[in-house]
Design a protein around this ligand. Structure first.
Ligand code: FAD
Length: 443
């Protein structure tokens, strides 16, 4: 069977830097510039937040256009992640959701093209466990109506425009966004505000620390030195000597493109259950997504296409419209997201894992109290000037903008929009630090 569209690169909008700008030269004052390695949502959001503060930014991207990695999908769902306890994670995602939504609205108002529809997101359970969990979330807190509402089966049908026939949760300010266009628009706006340039086809193979700052190496060239470098390489974040130990894992995901037809055309809200499906855009619905650990292969997989359909059947199987989902065109896009176990993104200085291990080994193994005291007073070793922004997982549309804004504040010595407590939860060293304080070996 031939695959009509695989990875769908043909339809992706390409901003080719060679057409827009000559490849940038690295001038004498490169130390004053902030270098970002990336090309997806994390890096462009950071470029925009820095440009808003008048900073000079140089981006290095391995591909020939923006958003060729996880950020290249046609549609993604935007809604907050909530927990029954409304803990820090849940509070972070609510703030991030509103921040991201505002940024998209502002871009749109300013004339930047970002296909999106804040049509609301409808979430339902797909088995007893998930239904119980959703109910627990809905009833454990007095949530603001703008964030989430418990809705009846009848209201679900009305809001979805389709037979759902189940109670559920409705996120009225949520919806879908085209991440690929958002990436382009955020970058385009950053360029209107400050000296922000990108160098495509530049795969950074290593970071070298020198007295004058960091050198970035490709196979052919070197750039810098930069005092400040941000690794925002998405799934590639852990491919560098300094960041290889970061505790985060890559998960491949395939999003299926479904032709809009029959009842599917009536869909009015993003539907999330076991997987998700979006209302049509350009005659296609996005349905996803598979979740395969440690698989970096980006080829189309027929069984993942089928898996996406089966998730919809499991979630909404009794509704007629599910039979209108046609996967036979084998149209899909594959990306890889970097995921943390605690679902927080990572932002901050890159920890120096080998040095932290040395720090721990130098302590008396049997003295728990001393270890606890030591790690409360001593900063785990890190690489000065080398930062991390990423591990946005399956929620980058929601978390990316606020995570980047926060890092921009750190880089500019400003007060951050998130308190110290959140920063600790997003610090790339957090998972080790938890063990260090308990005197558990991290090596
Ligand atoms: P990426 O977009 O992958 O960008 C990384 C960039 O780094 C790439 O452009 C690459 O060119 C560049 N790069 C990598 N290595 C190097 C190097 N050595 N040198 C130079 N450049 C390099 N989120 C939602 O909120 N809602 C959704 O519905 C949703 N659905 C998803 C479905 C799938 C299948 C996937 C994969 C992700 C989904 N996400 C969703 C998550 C979201 O897309 C990601 O969290 C987000 O795009 C990650 O952005 P990023 O910039 O960190 O990574």
């Amino acid at each position: 069977m031939t695959h009509q569209i695989v990875n769908d690169k043909a339809n992706e909008i390409k901003v080719n830097c060679e057409e827009m700008l000559p490849p940038f030269q690295v001038p004498e004052n490169s130390q004053e510039q902030i270098a970002i390695v990336g090309g997806g949502l994390a890096s462009v959001h950071l470029a925009l937040s820095l440009a808003q503060r008048g900073k000079t930014v140089r981006l290095f991207c391995k591909d020939n256009a923006l958003a060729q990695g996880a950020s290249g999908n046609k549609q993604g769902a935007l809604y907050p992640l909530l927990t029954p306890e409304n803990d820090l994670l849940s509070q972070f995602y609510q703030q991030a959701f509103l921040f991201s939504r505002n940024r998209i609205q502002q871009l749109h108002t300013e004339g930047f093209h970002v296909s999106h529809d804040f049509c609301g997101v409808l979430q339902t359970g797909y088995n007893q466990r998930s239904t119980d969990r959703l109910n627990k979330i809905l009833h454990a807190q007095d949530w603001p109506q703008d964030i989430v509402q418990a809705i009846s089966a009848q209201a679900a049908n009305d809001l979805a425009g389709l037979d759902i026939n189940k109670d559920g949760a409705f996120y009225p300010l949520g919806g879908w966004v085209c991440p690929a266009e958002l990436t382009q628009a955020v970058f385009a706006k950053a360029q209107t505000l400050a000296d922000v340039q990108i160098r495509f086809n530049s795969k950074i193979t290593s970071f070298e620390q020198t007295e004058k700052g960091w050198l970035l190496h490709t196979n052919e060239q070197q750039f810098g030195p930069y005092k400040t470098v941000v690794n925002a390489c998405g799934s590639g974040l852990i491919n560098f000597e300094q960041t290889q130990y970061i505790p985060a894992s890559n998960f491949r995901g395939q999003v299926s493109h479904i032709p809009s037809r029959n009842d599917l055309k009536k869909m009015k809200a993003v539907l999330c259950a076991h997987g998700y499906i979006t209302p049509q855009h350009n005659q296609l619905h996005c349905m996803g997504a598979s979740y395969v650990k440690d698989d970096l292969n980006r080829d189309f997989q027929p069984y993942e296409q089928l898996g996406n359909l089966e998730k919809m059947q499991q979630s909404f199987g009794e509704s007629n419209w599910v039979s209108d989902i046609d996967i036979t065109g084998n149209s899909a896009r594959v990306g890889v997201r970097l995921v943390t176990r605690d679902h927080f993104p990572m932002l901050g200085l890159a920890p120096n894992y080998p040095e932290i291990v040395k720090q721990q080994k130098a302590l008396d193994k049997n003295n728990k109290k001393l270890a606890e005291q030591y790690w409360k007073e001593t900063r785990p070793a890190h690489f000065e000037g080398l930062y991390i922004l990423g591990a946005l997982g399956s929620r980058g549309l929601c978390s990316g903008a606020l995570a980047a804004e926060t890092l921009a504040c750190i880089l500019c010595n400003e007060k951050t929009p998130l308190s110290e407590e959140y920063l600790e939860r997003m610090n790339p060293n957090r998972l080790w630090l938890r063990k260090l304080i308990k005197n558990r070996p991290i090596y």
